[in-house]
Design a protein around this ligand. Sequence first.
Ligand code: ADP
Ligand code: ADP
Length: 228
Amino acid sequence: MQLVVENLTVAYDNIMALHGISFSVDKGEIVTIIGANGAGKSTTLRAISRMIPSVHGSVIKFNGENILKYSTDKVVSKLGISHVPEGRMIFGNLTVTENLTLACFARKDRDQMVKDKKWVFDLFSRLDERKNQLAGTLSGGEQQMLAVGRAYMSGRKIMILDEPSMGLAPLLMLDMFEALKEINRLGTTILLVEQNARLALKFAQRGYVLENGNIVLEGKASDLLIDP
Ligand code: ADP
Ligand code: ADP
């Protein structure tokens, strides 16, 4: 198991957001956690990327190492865990290329960075055509592609994504998931949380269903999909 989460418990003030959930992701897998609004999906990802500091009694391990001793930036630069948060988090007044370059501030391997940037532009031709455009002027779908491209540039042992389908037109959604499949094929493990259960289960190998902070169902994605 590459990522192991045990008994993940998160409370905001007196609201329990996660009631001790456990799940794992194997190296090379695409795993999805599906659930309705408020189920605790974003909270789960924020805990893994260490944006939620206090996770009482929980275990989060990546490649056998305890993640909880690292800060957010070390989780990215040392462990290679990249987070694509909900809301995209790109710099609207920087160009597409500048956004990608900024994602690698912690990297020293210049030659590889140049190759990776080229690869991102190959993967997302819409970004390639808009290299020098300000990111804030991109469509929602293009901004989401840029957010994924940035995550790929920053760390890619595992990529965790918060609702990559959110706000995308149906065709762009498919493009996005095909791109994630390609990223996965080249060696990045993927954990994604989604409200769009049908789409997520179509692309993932395994899934977990989160309800009010509890995992209520888990299994092969094709078994969770009622009407394949
Ligand atoms: P999801 O991503 O599945 O929509 P969230 O993880 O965002 O769910 O939220 C889980 C629960 O925690 C919800 O009840 C939400 O209102 C609550 N919550 C999320 N973030 C905060 C916060 N910063 N402060 C207080 N409650 C929060
Ligand atoms: P995100 O899922 O990216 O956090 P949201 O719209 O859920 O986006 O939340 C925006 C901000 O409000 C986040 O900082 C989140 O932690 C916080 N938040 C979400 N739900 C609650 C809540 N019930 N009470 C207080 N803060 C919340």
